[in-house]
Design a binder for this molecule. Structure first.
Ligand SMILES: NC(=O)c1ccc[n+]([C@@H]2O[C@H](COP(=O)([O-])OP(=O)(O)OC[C@H]3O[C@@H](n4cnc5c(N)ncnc54)[C@H](O)[C@@H]3O)[C@@H](O)[C@H]2O)c1
Ligand SMILES: N[C@H](CO)Cc1c[nH]c[nH+]1
Ligand SMILES: [Zn+2]
Length: 433
């Protein structure tokens, strides 16, 4: 059973804190394993990647077969049904349209002393996109990573996706084709992240790695950060549903299970102002678990990390939501827009009972790679900005240098940085001659 909490009950604060701090991933063991894998890939390159892929994905590769060939991709994509293709194309179009609106503008202006200042956005040259493939395969994650990169103008896009036992989802390959990916490697886990970061003979290194994955992938991204950029650590999925009693309990049960089925460490929480409705949703979850094919994953996730919290008011629900800072927040209440004004820490908000979170996972348009583990307090979901860098621009005229240069010289002296001051002074002396 998930935990049932009530804000009016004694001991609520302690139980709520325990829920917030529940350890759901990244044990020290994982980090030790990952550190060994990265060191191995750095020293033995393709040989290590091949050996680890055989061990973890039960797939024997050679340096030549690490990447899918064009023929393999064309052949697999040829098997995609027209309905699947149409759905993926619609998703790609909607995700592209949404992300195009995120493109920031360059800026340039002349200030009062005549200096021209501004900034310019440029894309990273090469991005590596991790597509999870262990417990499920994620064509949608290909679109969510590759399309913003392409919109940003990234020149080279490489995907890594594990294919356990060699099983490939042709939609992953089609999604890569639709979004303009250049290379697809059938490797996963920490070895894939290490290959993208440090390069091997078969995999050229990239500048930035994005994409979600399990605890091994997350630990590897943490470790390679600095050598390459990373987007975030997107861990096991989470959903928080805030609902009043005027909802369909079965719909909400399915929404909770939609994230529970990703991973045994996923977290699904319902907050409601009606205790009886909370019970009804929990019962509906149990009923659905009896027939759900992925109950083996969703069941443990719901029972170990799930929660139903009864609150006195929706304002109190919003306060708790901000403390949880969930990856996904569904607002199934009479006025979701008004409530959303108060829910400020969440990766993505889904407004109203006709907006199941699953719409956002696939087709809504916004990105589904989102901050987890309470990091929505300080970070945002994947976007075009993750593939761009902002370079500042400054141009002084002689008059501008005369106006502000002496202050630079003063500040350089205060830091005892002689050459700094002299580099300004030399120019001022010349101008004053
Ligand atoms: N936040 C998001 O946007 C988002 C989107 C999709 C999926 N997800 C999450 O991504 C995760 C996907 O996980 P997954 O496992 O299905 O796929 P995955 O591709 O992340 O991991 C599979 C790889 O893990 C490695 N691995 C497995 N066991 C290992 C071990 N004992 N030692 C070393 N390496 C090992 C293997 O190399 C394997 O190829 C889930 O947690 C899901 O919730 C998140
Ligand atoms: N809900 C996941 C992010 O937590 C994304 C996803 C992909 N496919 C289905 N769902
Ligand atoms: Zn999902």
């Amino acid at each position: 059973m998930p935990v049932f909490l009530d804000t009016t009950a004694p001991g609520f604060e302690a139980e709520f804190s325990a829920l917030l701090s529940a350890k759901r991933e990244d044990s020290p063991d994982v980090d030790a394993v990952v550190s060994g894998i990265i060191a191995d890939v750095r020293s033995r390159g393709d040989a290590a990647v091949i050996e680890l892929t055989s061990k973890f994905d039960r797939l024997d590769l050679t340096p030549e077969t690490l990447a899918f060939s064009r023929d393999e991709i064309d052949m697999a994509v040829g098997d995609v049904t027209p309905d699947d293709r149409a759905a993926l194309e619609l998703a790609a179009d909607r995700i592209r349209a949404y992300h195009q609106k995120q493109m920031p503008e360059d800026a340039s202006w002349q200030d009062a002393c005549g200096a021209t200042l501004g900034w310019r956005w440029t894309p990273v040259s090469a991005a590596g996109l991790y597509v999870p493939g262990g417990l499920a395969s994620y064509p949608s994650s290909v679109l969510m990573n590759a399309i913003p990169a392409k919109v940003a103008g990234v020149e080279r896009l490489a995907i890594t996706v594990p294919t356990p036992d060699g099983a490939v989802n042709p939609l992953v390959l089609l999604a890569a084709q639709l979004s303009g990916v250049d290379e697809i490697y059938r490797i996963g886990g920490a070895q894939a992240i290490a290959a993208l970061a440090y390069g091997t003979d078969a995999v050229a290194p990239v500048d930035k790695i994005t994409g979600p994955g399990n605890a091994f992938v997350a630990a590897a991204k943490r470790r390679v950060f600095g050598k390459v950029g990373i987007d975030m650590i997107a861990g096991p999925s989470e959903i928080l549903v805030i609902a009043d009693k005027d909802n369909n309990a079965d719909w909400l049960a399915l929404d909770l299970l939609s994230q529970a089925e990703h991973d045994e460490s996923a977290q699904s929480i319902l907050i409601t102002d009606d205790a009886a409705f909370g019970r009804a949703v929990a019962d509906a979850v149990e009923t659905r678990l009896q027939t759900l094919e992925r109950a083996a994953i969703a069941g443990p996730s719901w029972r170990d990390f799930g929660a139903v919290i009864t609150v006195r008011s929706l304002d109190e629900a919003a306060e708790l939501s901000n403390r949880i800072a969930p990856e996904h927040l569904e607002l199934c209440v009479a006025d979701p827009v008004a409530l959303s004004q108060n829910t400020v820490h969440a990766g993505a908000i889904f407004l109203g009972q006709y907006t199941p979170e699953a719409i956002g996972d696939y087709i809504g348009g916004p990105n589904h790679v989102l901050p987890t583990a309470r990091s929505a307090r300080f970070s945002s979901g994947l976007s075009v900005m993750d593939f761009l860098k902002r370079t500042t621009l400054s141009q002084m005229t002689p008059a501008a240098l005369r106006a502000i240069g002496p202050s630079a010289e003063t500040l350089a002296q205060s830091e005892s940085l002689e050459a700094h001051g002299l580099s300004v002074r030399a120019r001022l002396d010349q101008l004053n001659r």
